[in-house]
Design a protein around this ligand. Structure first.
Ligand code: HEC
Length: 504
């Protein structure tokens, strides 16, 4: 079965089974209805034959006999039911027809002019027919068509009254004195006499055997049911197979997911331990310079070096703390209170930090604020968090320094307005293969010590600060990184309020 979706499979099985049962019932009903409609056609055919015989006797046979009598070729009292009684002729015709049917292996049809007061005893109504005749005469019934069982066999039973007695019928069905002598000789003066006008003396009684039709219907039902069963089973198997595939996929996804979860937990654990383990030795790096300085007796140079050591330690500590922040930014749980940060100071600090490598590669950094050279002690505030700006810009500048050829110029242009934009340009180019994955996690571009996290965290930080970041690189133009931040308040859009030289 389909394991996890078991109950769904059972449900579908039950549903399909119910559908199958309904279908079989429907097929059975329809095939039986078809069988009956075929039997009805036989009834109609028998009635039409009956009427045709009537027309033949009345319109062709009788006029000919009357002509013979009128021309004296036949004596006036001549009467022979074989030629002059429609009912006799019709009955005999049907008897022959049944014989032919029997020879041809077709079901015989019961057709009778059932009468309560028959002239010919073969026309005597049986008990059922007697009762129906009574009902017809009492006006309780006009016609009857129903499936009827006799001696364990099913028939379609049809009953229709013949026209009631008219004046013309009275000659042979009223007072025997008015009947032809030859009729009296043949049938006597009792049977089929003493009736009134308006009396329904007989009814057409037809029984079509249904067995053969029902057999066919049954066979059709079995075949159609079998086909439906096969189709529904195939459908069910297909569904089960489909569900099993879904099962397997679900399982795989769950496996993958739990693996990912375990990985994430492991990573967090490692990071937590690393942070903790790194922080303890860092305490010594941060605190010992103060201790050494308090001992006194140090040269200016030594004091300056100690400050460099302490600041480096603090920066590493910040970095460790930031790695935790990055994790929060990723999961969208990072929160901070923005305050005004002078980005120019941040940029200058970063330049100082990379002073040595800049000197080694003979790279110069040029600053522009709104397309003008940077003034002494100029300030430019952006709302955010200093550490985040530091980390972001240091990252981007480090990349620019690494990518820039020797003797190159890195241009830092700041633009104020609706947004505050910082562009960092160097003349190196980003390889084509990494252009589209530049800001993606773990996307390195052939750097020896690259973690692939630098640009990713730059994007993360920019977005956390409410800004956006873009990169453009072309062989002739070099590489430009642009970070833009919304300018905080309306009044701060005022450039002069934004940019003002710090009083000394
Ligand atoms: C000329 C005489 C004659 C007349 C008129 C006549 N019948 Fe008959 N009828 C007979 C005879 C004879 C039979 C018996 C024939 C046989 O052996 O089946 C008969 C039989 C029948 C039967 C078959 C049932 C039975 O009693 O055996 C019906 C029904 C019937 N007649 C109806 C009528 C009706 C209705 C009329 C008037 C429209 C009519 N007949 C007029 C002579 C006549």
């Amino acid at each position: 079965m389909c394991h996890r979706n078991n109950y769904k499979c059972y449900f579908i099985a039950v549903l399909l089974f119910l559908g199958f049962v309904i279908l079989v019932l429907f097929i059975n009903k329809e095939t039986r209805a078809y069988a009956i409609s075929e039997a009805e056609k036989n009834i109609e055919d028998a009635l039409l034959t009956h009427r045709a015989i009537h027309s033949f006797v009345e319109e062709i046979q009788k006029p000919e006999i009357y002509r013979l009598k009128e021309t004296g070729k036949l004596y006036p009292e001549y009467f022979a039911p074989e030629i002059l009684s429609f009912t006799y002729i019709a009955r005999t015709f049907k008897e022959f027809l049944n014989e032919e049917r029997q020879k041809a292996g077709i079901d015989e049809i019961y057709f009778k002019l059932a009468a309560s007061n028959p002239r010919n005893p073969v026309n005597r109504a049986d008990e059922t027919e007697l009762e129906l005749l009574r009902q017809l005469n009492a006006g309780e019934l006009t016609e009857l068509k129903k499936v009827y069982e006799k001696d364990g066999k099913k028939y379609l039973y049809y009953v229709k009254p013949i026209n009631p007695n008219k004046d013309s019928c009275m000659r042979c069905h009223g007072d025997p004195l008015s009947a032809p002598d030859e009729l009296l000789d043949m049938y006597g003066d009792k049977k089929g006499f003493h009736e009134d006008v308006g009396f329904i003396r007989a009814m057409v009684s037809i029984r079509i055997p249904l067995e053969r039709w029902f057999d066919n219907a049954h066979k059709t039902t079995v075949v159609l049911s079998f086909i439906s069963f096969c189709v529904l089973s195939a459908l069910y198997l297909t569904i089960v197979m489909f569900m099993r595939r879904i099962d397997r996929q679900q399982l795989e996804i769950e496996k993958d997911y739990s693996l990912l979860e375990a990985n994430a937990r492991l990573r967090e654990e490692v990071e937590r331990i690393t942070r903790h383990d790194l922080k303890s030795p860092l305490n010594a790096v941060i605190n010992y310079p103060d201790l050494i300085q308090s001992e006194g007796n140090l040269t200016e140079r030594q004091i300056k070096d100690l400050r460099v050591i302490k600041e480096a330690g603090l920066r590493v500590l910040n970095m460790i703390n930031l790695s935790l922040d990055l994790y929060k930014m990723e999961s969208g749980t990072y929160q901070f209170l923005p305050h005004d940060v002078n980005v120019i100071t941040v940029l200058k600090n970063i330049e100082q930090e990379y002073a040595e490598i800049l000197k080694r590669k003979k790279i110069r950094i040029r600053y522009f604020v709104d397309e003008r050279d940077l003034m002494q002690n100029q300030i430019l505030y952006i709302k955010g968090k200093e550490l985040l700006f530091y980390c972001l810009l240091s990252n981007l500048i480090q990349n620019a320094i690494e990518a820039s050829p020797e003797d190159g110029i890195i241009t830092l242009s700041l633009t104020t307005g609706e947004e505050t934009t910082i562009t960092i340009h160097n003349s190196g180019t980003v390889p084509y293969e990494v252009k589209h994955t530049f800001f993606e996690k773990y996307a390195t571009h052939g750097k020896k010590h690259g973690t692939g996290l630098g640009t990713y965290s730059a994007k993360l930080i920019t977005e956390t600060l409410g800004g956006h970041i873009a990169m453009d690189s072309a062989p002739e133009k070099g590489t430009t990184l642009t970070v833009s931040f919304p300018s905080a308040k309306k009044k701060e859009h005022n450039v002069s309020a934004h940019l003002s030289p710090t009083p000394l």
